[in-house]
Design a protein around this ligand. Structure first.
Ligand code: B16
Ligand code: MG
Length: 215
């Protein structure tokens, strides 16, 4: 039976994608690399390094320059997320977290971000979750299953007992590779390979979820 829920952070509980976009755009402008909101869509859920690689394309940079650009983007991002408040939780997020706790399910965050703890603190949801797996927890980023397996381990559960909520294709792939149940948040073109697809967390309850996960 299902005993735990693992939530991606960026794009599922809050829309930090906008802040990631602004930070990458600023860096791209400084480097004279063409970049826009549409190009940013391809970066959803993927690691900082993989994001930068997609932005620079076949332009040649040294490892030192790559490191410096990753740090510079992060400095811009860290500055932007200081303004996050509980109002930045996406519709349905708090009620679902409370509903799941009420049902005595364990809850973890499974985020690729090294800034996940700051965001969780700013959102004020630290007291609603049992474990955090973030950008420091494992080496291999999504779509590898490692981050979600780490989260399940932190909860003391097997993968088959866990459901992952994800907004990114790489995250759904990671959940399926971990042999977990996957709920895709967003358009089917992006998350259609999940077991269940919903447009957002609004209106999602344990009552209408349970029973949909059968081996
Ligand atoms: P950072 P998630 C991901 O978070 C973001 O979606 C992605 O845009 C970002 O590049 C990645 O975290 C790394 O974040 O640069 O802060 O370490 O969706 O897995 O919660
Ligand atoms: Mg995400």
């Amino acid at each position: 039976a299902i005993r735990g829920m693992i939530f991606d952070l960026d794009g599922v509980l809050t829309d930090t994608a906008q802040y990631h976009y602004l930070a990458w755009q600023r860096l791209a402008n400084e480097e004279g690399i063409p970049f826009n909101r549409q190009a940013n869509e391809a970066l959803r859920g993927i690691s900082r390094r993989a994001s930068l690689m997609l932005i620079i394309g076949d332009r040649r940079y040294s490892e030192v320059q790559i490191q410096e650009m990753m740090e510079r983007k992060n400095d811009y991002y860290v500055e932007l997320i200081q303004r996050i408040t509980p109002k930045d939780l996406l519709p349905g997020a708090v009620s679902l977290l409370d509903d799941l706790r009420q049902a005595r399910l364990k809850i973890a965050i499974g985020s690729a971000s090294k800034n996940a703890r700051v965001v969780i603190e700013k959102l004020g949801i630290g007291n609603k979750i049992d474990a955090i797996a973030d950008g420091y927890s494992v080496q291999k980023p999504k779509p590898a299953p490692d981050l979600f397996l780490f989260a399940a381990q932190q909860l003391g559960l097997s993968p088959q007992q866990c459901v992952v909520f994800e907004d990114a294709a790489a995250g759904i792939d990671a959940a399926l590779a971990a042999s977990m149940w996957a709920v895709g948040i967003g358009p089917p073109v992006r998350v259609g390979t999940a077991h269940i697809v919903v447009p957002s967390l609004a209106g999602v309850t344990w009552e209408n979820l349970q029973g949909k996960f059968r081996d």
